[in-house]
Design a binder for this molecule. Structure first.
Ligand SMILES: Cc1ncc(COP(=O)(O)O)c(C=O)c1O
Length: 404
């Protein structure tokens, strides 16, 4: 609890300090949303187009949506994450409910499992160590106790694959594991395809349940299908699971709260029962999900031209982040010859990077260089741009050498 509190305070503190700091060269690397090369929020051009279409459709009203959401949206959202050729979808084994973005999907999924999962022992969920800070609170809120499984190895600044696999092996049968589908937050460390396969083998052997959280589809590699690979593979192989999906990052619709929960069942009959249970839960929580964001995403997913444009927008965002990784790596290794190995900067994936620096070094960066980041050394790559990258690299170099 003390650690969690520290994390929260540190986060609030660093973002507040950043906005109050008049220093011209200050850099905010604590931000959890995409920024363009001018450090500004970016409304995707495809979203602007979809908004214009909505504005010019006078037949749209402001009635309630069905409890489970806008049907065309939920159908298209399921295909986006599970694949349009998904057998599970064709067999009617997927129940999709529109949620309040990814957070709402996590919450509804957690609530659903708390009520209906065939618990053997205690109500517990295994979370990666570390994970998105909100996971702990979301599960505790519904009476499920979070426990950690090893994920990040500070020695290699990479995946603690053996630790992860051993945790799967040693957990009681039918345990629930929360798994980041791609672009793990906060580490940026994802398993390789070979490692994913071994994880799936162990999940199947032990009868574990996969609680997949997919907040960054497209954002990791720049390609929506590549980033859904693990989810689709686990579904194909018959792992029992659900998937939380967010359109906050990949459509830049942070404040519109558009997302979905997909629960996989073994038969259409079971899926129908899940739908009625989820409807009852959703009714008492939010009555009906909001329309605006779902309408935008629905237009994009169901119009071939808009969909192609969206893919280009996603590639622009992911491409800029990958470019920042490569530039940072180059300046640190080729130019500054910063002590240590920096391969992880280019090997990690998605918005965040664990730099591997010590809490003292990150504190020095905040206090002496006006570079705001979390104490655990996590930086948001989207806070870097053509104008501040060299300043950041120079300060990081000095911090590592103990000269800041
Ligand atoms: C791993 C993970 N899951 C879920 C979310 C939820 O985001 P939202 O509720 O904005 O979709 C986030 C946001 O940062 C995240 O990083």
């Amino acid at each position: 609890m003390a650690d969690r509190l520290k994390q929260v305070v540190n986060h609030i503190f660093s973002s507040n300090m950043s906005s109050a700091d008049p220093f011209e060269k200050k850099v905010n690397l604590g931000v959890g949303a995409y920024r363009d090369d001018n450090d500004k929020p970016w409304v995707l051009p495809v979203v602007r187009k979809a908004e214009q279409i909505l504005l010019n459709t006078p037949s749209l009203d402001h009635e309630y949506l069905p409890i489970t959401g806008l049907p065309e949206f939920t159908t298209a959202a399921a295909k986006l994450i599970l694949g349009s050729d998904s057998n599970a979808i064709m067999e009617g084994r997927v129940t999709t409910v529109q949620t309040i973005s990814g957070t709402g999907a996590n919450h509804l999924g957690a609530l659903f499992l708390e009520r209906f999962y065939p618990w053997v022992g205690k109500k517990e969920i295994y979370l990666s160590d570390p994970t998105w800070a909100n996971h702990q609170a979301i599960f505790k809120n519904v009476g499920i106790t979070p426990i950690n499984y090893p994920y990040y190895d500070p020695k290699t600044i990479g995946l603690d694959f053996n630790g992860f696999l051993n945790a799967l092996k040693n957990a009681p049968n039918k345990s629930i594991f929360l798994i980041h589908a791609c672009a793990h937050n906060p580490t940026g460390v994802d398993p390789s395809k070979e490692q994913w396969n071994a994880i799936a083998d162990m999940m199947l052997e032990k009868g574990h349940y996969g609680f997949f959280d997919c907040a960054y589809q497209g954002f990791a590699s720049g390609n929506l299908d590549n980033d859904a690979w693990a989810v689709r593979e686990f579904v194909k192989r018959g792992v029992n699971m659900l998937v939380c999906q967010s359109f906050a990052k990949n459509a830049g619709l942070y404040g519109e709260r558009v997302g979905a929960l997909h629960v996989l069942s073994s038969s259409k009959e079971a899926a129908d029962r899940v739908k009625s249970q989820l409807s009852v839960l959703q009714r008492s929580e939010i009555s009906n999900p909001p329309t605006y964001g779902a309408r935008i995403v629905n237009l994009i997913l169901n119009d071939a031209e808009l969909f192609e444009e969206w893919k280009r927008d996603i590639a622009t965002m992911a491409g800029r982040i990958i470019d920042m990784r490569q530039q940072l790596y180059k300046v640190l290794t080729d130019e500054l010859k910063t002590p240590g190995n920096w391969d992880h900067i280019v090997n990690q994936i998605g918005m965040f990077s664990f730099t591997g620096i010590t809490p003292q070094q990150s504190q020095a960066l905040v206090e002496k260089a006006h570079i705001y980041m979390t104490a655990n050394g996590r930086i948001s790559m989207t806070g870097l741009n053509g104008k501040n990258l060299r300043y950041f690299a120079g300060c990081l170099d000095k911090a590592v050498r103990g000269e800041l």
